[in-house]
Every structure is written in structure tokens, then in C-alpha cells.
Design a protein around this ligand. Structure first.
Ligand code: HPA
Length: 274
């Protein structure tokens, strides 16, 4: 991913916009509906944007939607690229580079995840306090382009503390009971075995999914302020005596959609300096 490709894609989009977005949104499985609420939207199918890969999973739409949400200029990814689809980590995170180039300074990254923490229930929302990169790869491997970020980026505060507090305050104000925890990023596409879930719990994981970690690493590298929110769509393997299906993930996220939408919209409405 060189600068030229990033600039090409950003220029293609910017050409059709009248104002620059300040907040990026990555909308996970079943959560893309938030983009439907954007006012005066300008949309770009991923396949039309120079150098963008194309999304392949059902339940993911595959377009960028830019416009106004709760009085803020936002750019939303309705559907994301996953490592398990066969894309490289650089392809998965290319849209983050493009959104940064377009001028965003903060990003809200969302996903559906399995609950590892036994005190969670399907349908809970979880603020991501930290992550564990268990994907066996990293989007920053290879030569570092110093104009994009540092060679050895600090990840100790990649989830912005002030944003976390902001989100907690507004969850309380909305009467939402929101969890906080550590997200483990696995490559997928298999769901985990019960033994793997026990291991991940021992390692400090509270929720597990197949996304988010690459985008957050690149956001940190790019100096973006990050807020991460997981929708706990199911209890992870082995916790309940039942098997996991993608349909269950989509169904549960549909059930919590209203809470999720209210929560994220309120966070955006009240987010300072964007
Ligand atoms: N494991 C991994 N990814 C997931 C899960 C899960 O249980 N639920 C939703 N995404």
C-alpha cells in the first residue's frame, strides 16, 4: 500500500464531496444499518473506489457512506474486509489509511464478537479497553513509511481513554448496561474450539472475533483516536451446550440493533472536537 494508492482513492472520493468527514465508522456484521441513518449521504461502492478490495461475506454491504450523523460529518464503512477472506493485512486496513488521508481524526470500530467472559450475555455491548492480536500477522510488517506513522508504534493507549470514559458516561445516561473488556482478534474463519476459548480466557480475553485488531493497529499507527465497541452476539464455544452459527450472530445483532444505534449516535452527537 503505497502513498500513491492511498492518495488516488482519497482523491476519487473527495472529488464528489463538499465537506470533509471528521469521524470514521467501521460497521461490523449486522451493524451496517447505522449508515442508513446518515443524512445527505454520498455513497461509494467499494468496487468503484481505486485500489479498494471487494467485500464477500453475506450481511456485509460493501460501501462507504459519507454525510452527516447527529450533526457531525462522518464516513462509514458499511461492511469491512476480513483477513479470513484472503485479503492481506494491508488490504484489510487500506480503507483506514484512506479515511485518515481524507481528514478523519477519530474512528469508531465495531464488531460482533463471542463472549468469553462468563458474566456476559448474548446481546450485551462491550466497550473494548484493549486487544490481543492473536491473528499471527500484523498490518505493519514490512518497510515502514514514516509519513504514515512510526516504525514501532506504541499500543499502550491505542483505545483512547477519554473516549472510553465518554462512552461509559453516555451509556449510563441512556440507561444502557455496557460491559468493558479485552477483545481477542483471531484469524477465523473457523469459530474457536472450547479448548481455545479456555486458553483465551486464561490469557485475559473477554470477547473474541475475526476483525478489528488490524484496523485498530493501523489507526494507532496513523495517530487516530479509537473507540471500539463489540456486540456480544453469542457466548463463545463450549460455554453453552450448543453449536455456533453465523445466523445466530446476525440474529442477535439484529436484536440489539436499537441499543447499538442509540448508543453510537449519542456518542457521536456528544463527541468533543470533531
Ligand atoms: N468467535 C469468533 N468470532 C465471532 C464469534 C465467535 O464466537 N461471534 C461473532 N464473531
Amino acid at each position: 500500500m503505497d502513498q500513491t494508492m492511498i492518495k488516488d482513492a482519497a482523491a476519487y472520493i473527495n472529488d464528489k464531496l463538499t465537506s470533509a468527514p471528521g469521524i470514521g465508522l467501521i460497521l461490523g456484521s449486522g451493524l451496517g444499518v447505522l449508515a442508513d441513518e446518515i443524512e445527505n449521504p454520498v455513497s461509494f461502492a467499494y468496487k468503484d473506489i481505486p485500489h479498494f478490495p471487494e467485500s464477500t461475506v453475506s450481511g456485509h454491504k460493501g460501501q462507504l457512506v459519507i454525510g452527516e450523523l447527529e450533526g457531525k460529518q462522518v464516513i462509514a464503512m458499511q461492511g469491512r474486509f476480513h483477513y479470513y477472506e484472503g485479503y492481506s493485512m494491508q488490504q484489510v486496513t487500506f480503507p483506514v489509511r484512506v479515511m485518515k488521508e481524507m481528514g478523519i481524526d477519530s474512528i469508531i470500530v465495531t464488531n460482533a464478537a463471542g463472549g468469553i467472559n462468563q458474566s456476559y450475555s448474548p446481546g450485551d455491548l462491550m466497550l473494548i479497553t484493549d486487544h490481543i492480536n492473536n491473528m499471527g500477522d500484523n498490518p505493519l510488517l514490512g518497510p515502514n513509511d514514516a509519513s504514515l506513522g512510526e516504525r514501532f508504534p506504541d499500543m499502550s493507549q491505542v483505545y483512547d481513554k477519554a473516549y472510553l470514559q465518554h462512552a461509559k458516561d453516555h451509556a449510563a445516561a441512556l440507561g444502557l448496561n455496557v460491559q468493558e473488556g479485552v477483545y481477542v482478534g483471531n484469524s477465523g474463519p473457523t469459530y474457536e474450539t472450547p479448548a481455545e476459548i479456555n486458553m483465551l480466557r486464561t490469557l485475559g480475553g473477554d470477547a473474541v472475533g475475526m476483525s478489528t485488531v488490524p484496523e485498530v493497529i493501523v489507526s494507532g499507527h496513523a495517530g487516530l483516536r479509537v473507540l471500539g465497541i463489540s456486540c456480544i452476539s453469542n457466548m463463545a464455544a463450549g460455554i453453552l451446550d450448543q453449536s455456533l452459527t453465523h445466523d445466530e450472530v446476525i440474529e442477535t445483532t439484529a436484536q440489539v440493533r436499537e441499543d447499538f444505534l442509540r448508543f453510537v449516535k449519542e456518542i457521536i452527537r456528544t463527541l468533543p472536537n470533531s
